[in-house]
Design a binder for this molecule. Structure first.
Ligand SMILES: C[S@@+](CC[C@H](N)C(=O)[O-])C[C@H]1O[C@@H](n2cnc3c(N)ncnc32)[C@H](O)[C@@H]1O
Length: 367
């Protein structure tokens, strides 16, 4: 079956949301690795494994051009520190690859960026480049903008989360799992329980897929993932972001909350909140907020009160793993202090909270 050419029409709003989130994260990621005074990672790699042509038919920039344009902003820093910046593009469709190569020509004169490009199947290139991703002297950002669902299988996902200093963002057509969940061609790639899909609200399908990937993380491993659901017509797609670092997830969530100011997680009303926000709860007399925030507040309060979460750092991590930023979590901590449930001086999550992983640097919460 010939592949549908995605570049013969302008990118739609869903695609633009995806690329905006990718670019915003890229903009946060680059200075973390390019600007420190002490060089920890002499080699910085960006991988775009499903690169496309570079532009849509009306000249909107696709991921390859966004990557290169943003690296160019750091030219003087890269030169002055003598850093090695590699960008790896892969595109399977020959015609799209040929167009991509043409679109890369203007960047070839930038001698501080080393561009590599391949016209191969993702699985082969990923396997071959994986030793570079795994190498201890590299910092990597990996964008996996697949069509459909099948490329990020368990093996690829486990490889991604075991590479050090590697953040990734992958796209997945989540609602295909419901439509084709009985179709072997799809289900053989990932072991998701069909009942998990059928019992869920359709709008939540990307969250279900996200939870499936989350369940693959070994229990002993500290790793952070975040979803972002994207609705295009009646289909639900989504992004899944992964990182080893609290600062990485904080930066990603920061961008997600800029796009979705109500719950930081979707380009549509995923929780059907519009009907309830602002209403007064008959029992508590409280003005209701978004369902996600209400549930987070109630869970976080219970976990602090029953002393499951004992320090400011644990509360910070709990917030991040549930998609909330320190500024959201701080409101709840402040309320607990006002209610005299938290007894010590105001326990807050400040801008340096990610630096205090060591238990002896954390503030213990007194209940
Ligand atoms: C959604 S598009 C990527 C768009 C691109 N990120 C952009 O911003 O313009 C997915 C691309 O993956 C390519 N592709 C499909 N199967 C592939 C495979 N097995 N390996 C690598 N690329 C593949 C398609 O030809 C298509 O150009």
């Amino acid at each position: 079956m010939p592949t549908k050419n995605l570049f013969r029409k302008p990118f739609d709003e869903g695609t633009k949301t995806k690329l905006t989130l990718f670019e915003k994260y890229l903009l946060e990621w680059l200075p973390v690795f390019l600007s420190p005074n002490k060089i920890i990672w002499p080699e910085i790699n960006i991988f775009d494994f499903f690169a496309g042509e570079g532009f849509d038919c009306i000249g909107t920039k696709g991921s390859p051009i966004l990557i290169l344009d943003n690296i160019k902003k750091y030219e003087s820093l890269i030169r002055s520190k003598n850093l090695k910046v590699n960008v790896y593009f892969n595109e399977f469709t020959k015609t799209a690859y040929d167009t991509l190569v043409e679109n890369l020509i203007p960047f070839e004169k930038e001698d501080y960026i080393k561009i590599h490009h391949y016209n191969e199947d993702f699985q082969l290139v990923f396997k071959r480049l994986y030793p570079q991703i795994k190498a201890s002297n590299t910092a990597n950002l990996i964008f996996l903008d697949q069509n459909g669902i099948k490329q990020i299988n368990e093996d690829v996902f486990l490889k991604l989360i075991t590479a050090n200093t590697t953040d990734f963002l992958f796209f997945i057509s989540s609602s295909l799992f419901t439509r084709f969940s009985e179709h072997e061609a799809f289900t053989k790639h990932v072991s998701i329980n069909k009942n998990d899909l059928l019992n869920k609200n359709y709008y939540n399908i990307h969250r279900t897929i996200f939870n499936y990937y989350k369940s693959l993380i070994p229990f002993s491993k500290s790793y952070y993932l975040a979803p972002f659901s994207i609705k295009k017509n009646s289909n639900i797609y989504g992004l899944i972001f992964g990182t080893h670092h609290t600062l990485g997830i904080e930066k990603f969530l920061n961008q997600s909350w800029k796009l979705d100011k109500i719950r930081g997680e979707a380009n549509f009303d995923i929780d059907n909140d519009n009907h309830t926000i602002g209403q007064v709860d008959l029992f508590s007399n409280k003005v209701l907020g978004p369902k996600k925030t209400e549930a987070f507040e109630s869970d976080l309060r219970a976990l602090i009160i029953n002393k499951t979460l004992k320090s400011n750092y644990q509360v910070y991590e709990y917030g991040l793993t549930n998609g909330f930023l320190p500024k959201h979590t701080n409101v709840i901590l402040k309320n607990l202090k006002t209610e005299k449930i938290i007894k010590n001086d105001y326990v807050s999550l400040n801008g340096d909270i990610h630096k205090i992983k060591d238990i002896d640097k954390q503030t213990l919460i007194t209940i």
